[in-house]
Design a protein around this ligand. Structure first.
Ligand code: HEC
Ligand code: HEC
Ligand code: HEC
Ligand code: HEC
Ligand code: HEC
Ligand code: HEC
Ligand code: HEC
Ligand code: HEC
Ligand code: HEC
Ligand code: HEC
Length: 322
């Protein structure tokens, strides 16, 4: 109820008819109490409490099972059976997604029932989002939503490898099916151990989209996606290495994999540093200062001395103070 909003127990026809109420209801929902009160009012106004068996156009799941025995048997373990359990086993589980099915059940005519695998991406998304809009509000603006990769591009309701998450294939194989160019990055000498199962694509990306770019899971703080695991780099520090905050972790690291240790995006640490701290650059206000000690000709790693490179509470030049 909390996550799915009031429409989730209704058959789709009823959802559509009551959508104006629900939308009004949702936009007024400044708090749970207001939300519930408004919903109750809306339901009463609609004349009927949310009893999904009300429509004569519904056949009920038991009827579906008489012909689709295999599908119905498999459904016992489906997370979607909760729809029925949560609302007094009202019997329309199948029709919550397939729409009113009485006509089809009587005729066995496949054209009289909504089949998501024959529908357009937008139709499928609308159907699923009628219940899952609250948790996946960004989907329609996500890379996947834009590219018409619908919910069933990744999810399979009736079968598929990952039953709990209802995924066609488990991660990361699911993602590699389409993102073939990303796969080799996780085989590089240094990589986040995604293929090994230690980290998953969806730890960093929300495939349903976010407010951030590239579907990255990040909150207000720019690099929250990385610092939730690497909290020691998060700061705040008395002496910030400004670039960590302004340009983020990917100014120096590849996020997926790299030929270089520490996932650095340059083979040589000094090259990386000197791209911004050029000893020969003309200093202008706001630009990083070059080292007064010219290290370019010496073969010492900058981080040998400037080791707390993500920031320090003690040293303005990030020397190791531990
Ligand atoms: C009297 C038997 C019967 C009943 C009852 C029945 N179906 Fe069907 N259904 C069929 C037949 C036959 C097909 C076509 C099968 C095929 O093409 O393989 C079909 C096909 C479908 C399809 C695929 C349609 C397509 O475009 O290919 C869906 C979805 C479906 N049924 C859902 C349901 C649901 C939901 C219910 C319950 C409301 C239900 N069926 C009740 C016999 C029935
Ligand atoms: C949460 C939504 C949802 C529920 C609930 C649901 N289905 Fe489906 N059904 C789908 C989707 C999506 C497809 C398209 C194929 C796929 O992605 O698995 C589908 C496909 C089908 C098909 C066609 C399979 C094919 O080969 O094309 C049948 C038949 C069917 N469902 C019957 C049922 C029956 C019977 C129930 C109740 C026991 C049910 N469905 C409950 C979403 C649902
Ligand atoms: C009528 C409302 C309704 C519709 C339509 C619906 N769902 Fe669901 N969905 C639910 C409910 C309720 C649950 C169970 C929630 C739980 O376990 O907390 C659920 C669970 C899920 C889960 C598993 C969540 C988990 O954490 O285990 C996935 C994935 C999912 N739905 C995807 C879909 C997709 C894809 C579609 C469209 C084909 C769809 N749903 C259509 C209500 C719905
Ligand atoms: C590009 C692949 C992809 C697409 C497209 C996609 N999903 Fe998912 N979905 C996933 C993966 C992977 C997970 C499990 C990881 C996670 O928690 O995000 C998941 C988890 C879920 C869950 C359960 C966990 C949660 O975050 O609530 C629900 C519900 C769900 N998806 C619904 C949907 C709906 C509805 C759509 C279409 C609007 C959709 N998904 C489209 C890949 C996808
Ligand atoms: C059915 C094919 C398909 C699957 C499966 C798929 N994607 Fe995508 N993905 C796309 C398409 C198409 C785009 C948009 C075009 C592009 O950017 O390549 C996209 C875009 C993206 C983007 C860029 C988003 C943006 O906003 O710029 C990311 C990140 C991404 N996908 C991650 C994932 C992850 C993680 C998974 C697995 C959970 C996954 N994808 C599964 C097809 C898919
Ligand atoms: C450790 C976090 C992390 C993990 C794990 C991760 N990504 Fe990414 N991914 C990122 C970041 C950060 C970017 C953005 C890079 C940039 O453009 O600055 C990105 C970018 C992308 C893009 C867009 C690439 C482009 O050139 O636009 C795709 C597609 C993508 N990731 C897919 C995946 C897939 C598929 C997986 C799992 C196999 C995955 N990612 C795992 C952090 C991660
Ligand atoms: C889900 C947790 C998680 C997230 C999110 C994450 N990482 Fe990691 N990261 C790890 C783990 C675990 C390791 C340990 C190395 C391994 O996989 O063996 C690691 C290793 C690293 C390393 C190499 C450390 C070493 O000692 O060689 C770097 C650099 C790194 N991550 C940067 C990032 C960046 C940048 C991001 C954001 C784009 C990020 N990480 C997001 C879990 C995460
Ligand atoms: C200015 C470039 C730069 C930026 C920006 C940067 N790093 Fe680093 N990071 C490095 C260098 C250089 C090393 C290797 C230090 C060494 O060799 O001792 C490193 C090492 C690491 C390591 C390995 C463990 C360690 O501390 O040595 C992790 C994890 C890491 N960085 C994560 C992050 C995360 C997360 C962010 C973003 C919050 C980030 N880095 C931003 C340059 C950077
Ligand atoms: C993408 C650009 C960039 C990279 C790469 C970079 N830095 Fe910086 N660095 C900055 C900026 C910006 C400042 C802040 C300069 C300021 O406040 O005047 C800074 C400040 C510093 C300072 C403090 C100096 C001062 O004047 O406050 C040191 C020391 C430093 N960086 C060392 C390094 C080292 C060592 C590396 C390589 C591991 C490195 N930086 C990589 C941009 C970068
Ligand atoms: C042998 C130790 C050592 C190495 C290696 C080293 N530095 Fe320094 N660095 C210092 C010292 C000492 C200071 C001055 C600290 C002070 O003034 O308090 C400094 C200061 C700096 C500053 C602050 C601005 C300035 O010029 O005073 C920057 C930027 C800097 N170093 C960058 C680098 C870069 C880039 C490298 C690698 C090319 C590097 N350092 C290698 C010891 C080192």
């Amino acid at each position: 109820m909390r996550r799915y909003g009031p429409s989730f127990c209704l058959p789709s026809g009823a959802v559509r008819r009551r959508w104006p109420y629900l939308r009004a209801c949702i936009s007024f929902a400044v708090g749970a109490i207001v939300f519930c009160a408004t919903f109750v009012a809306a339901a009463q106004q609609a004349g009927q409490a949310a009893a999904p068996t009300a429509g004569p156009e519904f056949a009920g799941s038991e009827m579906c099972a008489t012909c689709h025995e295999e599908v119905a048997k498999g459904f016992a373990e489906n997370p979607h059976v909760k729809m029925a359990q949560m609302h007094g086993a009202n019997g329309v589980t199948c029709e919550n997604c397939h729409g009113p099915g009485k006509e089809h059940a009587e005729s066995a005519d496949p054209s009289k029932i909504f089949n998501p695998s024959k529908a357009t991406a937008k139709e499928v998304d609308a159907k699923c989002l009628s219940c899952h809009r609250v948790d996946h509000a960004n989907f329609q603006h996500s890379g996947h939503g834009d590219a018409n990769v619908s919910c069933i591009g990744c999810h399979s309701i009736h079968d598929g490898e990952d039953r709990q998450q209802q995924l066609k294939v488990a991660q990361p194989a699911l993602c590699y099916q389409c993102h073939t160019d990303v796969k080799p990055q996780f085989s590089m000498p240094f990589h986040h151990r995604v293929d090994e199962g230690a980290v998953s694509c969806s730890d960093c990306h929300d495939p349903h989209g976010t407010f951030g770019r590239k579907g990255l899971r990040a909150s207000a703080q720019q690099d929250a996606v990385c610092t939730k695991c690497h909290s020691e780099t998060a700061g705040p520090f008395v002496y910030e290495h400004a670039v960590v905050k302004t340009e983020g972790c990917t100014a120096c690291h590849f996020p997926h994999g790299s030929p270089n240790p520490r996932l650095l995006n340059r083979a040589n640490v000094n090259t990386l540093c000197l791209e911004c701290h050029s000893p020969s650059m003309n200093f202008t206000a706001g630009e990083p200062m070059g080292p007064t000690h010219n290290q370019a000709t010496q073969y010492q790693s900058c981080t040998m001395c400037h080791s707390d490179i993500h920031g320090s509470n003690v040293s303005p030049v990030y020397f190791n103070t531990h």
